[in-house]
Design a protein around this ligand. Sequence first.
Ligand SMILES: C[S@@+](CC[C@H](N)C(=O)[O-])C[C@H]1O[C@@H](n2cnc3c(N)ncnc32)[C@H](O)[C@@H]1O
Length: 429
Amino acid sequence: MLAAVRRGESATPAIAAVSADLRPAAQALSFHVLRQLGRAEALRRKLAQRGPPPAADALLCTALALAWREEDAPYPPFTLVDQAVEAAKRSPQTRAQQAFINACLRRFLRERDELVAQTEDEPVARWNHPRWWIARLQHDWPRHWEQILEANNRPAPMTLRVNRHRISRDPLRELLAAAHIASEPVGAHGLILDRPHPVQAIPGFQEGLWSVQDAGAQLAAELLAPGLQPQARILDACAAPGGKTAHTCELMPKAQVLALDVDEARCERIHQNLQRLGLHAEVRTADAGEPGYWWDGKPFDAILLDAPCTASGIVRRHPDVRWLRREKDIEQLAEQQKRLLTALWPLLRPGGQLIYCTCSVFRAEGEAQIRAFLAHNSTALLRPAPGHLWPRHAGDGGTLPDNSLSDDDGFFYAVLQKSALDAPARQDD
Ligand SMILES: C[S@@+](CC[C@H](N)C(=O)[O-])C[C@H]1O[C@@H](n2cnc3c(N)ncnc32)[C@H](O)[C@@H]1O
């Protein structure tokens, strides 16, 4: 897995390739490694200036990431060394390096405190994020960057969204409790589970009683729905795999929802999710930035633009993201977000609202994007919305004014209303 991420590939297929019985454990270990990779690489450089070939180096760094901090090491130190050497022996790609791996790890265990202290001043080792990422957060959030990085390195809880079209929250909570799954309410429709469970082991999945969705992500449909007529025309412009589309349909079962996504395979997942939950929306594969190809000319009452972004707010759940992104991605994605926002704005009826959101904590993909849009658009009015939400753990203190959420990912939300006066007349009136 680590070798794949270092080649620039997502960790997901590497973890999916592990046999089903070992997958949860493999994922837990992989995530632990990715959350400690900056430290592990710094320690490896102290142990050996020149690293071994890529497969052996990945194995060595994996063992260091799992072993370096005794309090959360998943196995006793000597078990980790033995297992790393055993793993090296088994693969032709690493067999020749087994003595080297053994020597490095044994030296590490002998000199652990001294070696760890030597890496303490290196920001990448201290925070386990790339240097540019740390600098960007320091620039964007001079008072909170440490809190964000700390939160990013902790595992996220499993949060469900209750399908209120089928069941309300309290009866679902009781159903879970009967299966020995404790949960706490979060937000308007969420339940945070005591610990992650396989979806199939939680009652009600096939019956469509709930979906897995972070508490921060559940705000999108809640910002969108109020004030709309039951049969409103709603566009979900970047919809796959359909989490926010489904939530919108759960809140507004009579609405005419058009769910677009440019990725055909991901559109299939929207269909599957809607079907399981007993909901309906029109799903189309199209570039939201080219409405000439798919828009029927009738303005929408509301638009949700959950734009493609760096995903810098959800690294708790996708710890590979920080190592895969490059700093130039921010500017490229911000350009793409601007293109979508500009193309979709004319499709909104006067008085209608566009919810812009990203799962990013970088200002360029949130606040700065919206400020630039407002500066060039006299028909857009900024309405109250959460703005930037930072990833947060229960008990870490509030980032939201009403403190209604806890343990949520990082997001940005803006609500833009089209002024009723300046805008062109509705075509369907
Ligand atoms: C953040 S994800 C959306 C998550 C989704 N809203 C949900 O809640 O499940 C962004 C999506 O935008 C899609 N996308 C990227 N560029 C697009 C474009 N030009 N037009 C439509 N969809 C696009 C991607 O395929 C991806 O599925």
